[in-house]
Design a protein around this ligand. Structure first.
Ligand SMILES: [Zn+2]
Length: 491
């Protein structure tokens, strides 16, 4: 289907026309061509092929902004002997195959270092690896900060990091108290930086975990009992209260439950500075899928946990109405069977769920899952599909309109989405390095025919040609603005 005058490779400095597709943004859809020069989109309109040095045939396809995954954990170590299976190289390659062209990953504050210096060190560490563009959420640990919160946050703004992730969970490791949370929120408000929050009440989870272990209930199937919905709902409500007092913008990651989504919906009825994210694992996996099987349960351990199926309808409704804004993957893939010095802990979790590193894979499957079971199932409009896989994340995290839309001047991060192919998700065919697929055997419809990142064709006809290191850290935050209120464009 492709036509090319210069062969399959793309240098990133030529002009490319994408022709004959239905161009879909969060705001609407129209049949038109799209012209790219160098790294940017330079025109939308009729008959643009004649202005380009090559063209890509998008007939029968949707032309959409490249996916933005607001939540990934690549090249991420937990404790002494667990590291994610994907580094930035394999993880961003899998993302590209799935139609994602930007990821927001994390830069954890190193002991004795500032937040900004920790972000720069992380950038240095992965500079030769990323195939697509990326940004960081600066992350605090339980150690808090050495420096003054106002100076720390201003330094982040200066280097173009626009979000700080805090934990209300994991006491002793990651959790900060409400005093520090409030100080950070006030500083963030002053610098127009957004606070992202892992919202679970850490003391409640710790107490529930201890009780279960004392009762001998240490098998993987008990992990979800250690993370009751009330722990999530309380922490969401508390973080919203703190953010309102501080006047800062808030992004609640990985919302897993109906009650959590409802808390965000209540807040958003008066305040669009509050936004929430859910993840494919909460939309597509349920406790009922594996019952009492510990072998299956250990593949599903993440926090907040997979919930009962009854929550899924509420999460879909929240996505459709805009009560929840984005779908991020929280991609944190730990091997299930493979054993290496760094990949031991998931197996240890077979005897003690509290020793299992938390996290599940999904960086490649996000768009195909949402297209199939959102758009084709009638739950999401095409525009809302684009919004919650790309545009909303760009707006909330402050990279819009550089990314997240198809407009003149925007980066040419573009997916030509073929809605026809039907296939089954599988470990055998996915591109992540992890040794299992959470959605093994699930049938989906649709995949990228072409993926472009800043004007470079990086995926074509199921081949990825991107070089490691071509991905850049992008500046976030300066453009941050609250999302617009719901419009008729959102069904
Ligand atoms: Zn996460």
């Amino acid at each position: 289907m492709s036509s090319s005058r210069r062969g399959p490779s793309s240098s990133g400095d030529e002009s490319i026309a994408i022709t004959g597709g239905l161009v879909v943004t969060a705001a609407g859809s129209s049949h038109c061509d799209l012209l790219i020069s160098g790294e940017r989109i330079v025109a939308l309109g009729e008959n643009l092929q004649r202005k380009a040095s090559r063209s890509l045939d998008a007939r029968g396809c949707y032309v959409i902004p490249g996916g933005i995954d607001p939540h990934t954990h690549l090249q991420y170590r937990v404790g002494a002997n667990a590291e994610t299976a994907d580094d930035f190289r394999s993880g961003t390659r899998a993302a590209a195959f799935g139609g994602t062209t930007t990821v927001f990953d994390f830069a954890k504050r190193a002991s004795g270092s500032s937040l900004a210096d920790s972000c720069l060190a992380r950038e240095n560490e992965i500079a030769d690896s990323a195939l697509i563009d990326y940004a960081f959420h600066a992350t605090l640990t339980a150690d808090g900060l050495d420096g003054d919160p106002n100076e720390e946050v201003a330094a982040l703004r200066d280097i173009g990091v626009g979000s700080i992730k805090i934990f209300l969970a994991y006491p002793g490791r990651m959790m900060i108290d409400d005093f520090l949370a409030l100080d950070l929120m006030r500083a963030a408000a002053a610098e127009k930086i957004i606070i992202a929050v892992h919202a679970e009440n850490g003391h409640l989870v710790q107490a529930a975990t201890s009780r279960l272990l004392e009762q001998g209930k240490s098998a993987p199937r008990f992990h979800s009992d250690a993370h009751p919905e009330e722990a999530e709902e309380e922490a969401i409500e508390r973080s919203i209260s703190l953010a309102r007092v501080a006047g800062c913008r808030l992004y609640i990651v990985h919302v897993s439950s109906a009650s959590g989504a409802a808390a965000i919906q209540r807040a958003r009825s008066v305040d669009y500075n509050i936004a929430g994210e859910t993840c494919p694992q909460y939309l597509f996996r349920a406790l009922e899928d594996y019952g009492d099987s510990d072998k299956e349960a250990v593949r599903h351990i993440c926090s907040p946990p997979i919930r009962q199926r009854i929550n899924q309808d509420h999460l879909w409704t929240a996505l459709r109405t805009g009560a929840l804004s984005t779908v991020g993957t929280d991609h944190a893939p730990f091997h299930i069977g493979k054993t290496t010095p760094l990949h031991q802990s998931r197996r240890q979790g077979l005897n003690d769920f509290s020793k299992t590193p938390n996290g599940v894979p999904g960086i490649e499957e996000r768009l195909s899952l949402l297209f199939t079971y959102g758009v084709l199932a009638g739950r999401l409009s095409l525009e809302r599909f684009v919004d919650c896989t790309s545009t909303s994340a760009a707006r909330i995290l402050g990279i819009y309109p550089q990314k997240g839309t198809l407009a003149i001047g925007s980066d040419a991060d573009i997916v030509v989405w073929d809605p026809q192919p039907r296939y089954h998700l599988s470990r055998e065919t996915h591109h992540s390095a992890v040794d299992y697929n959470l959605y093994e055997g699930l049938e989906v419809t649709g995949r990228p025919r072409y993926v472009l990142s800043r004007g470079e064709l990086i995926v074509a006809d199921a081949e990825c040609t991107a070089s490691p290191g071509r991905g850049r850290r992008i500046r976030a935050g300066a453009l941050a603005a609250a999302e617009p209120p719901l419009t008729s464009g959102r069904t």
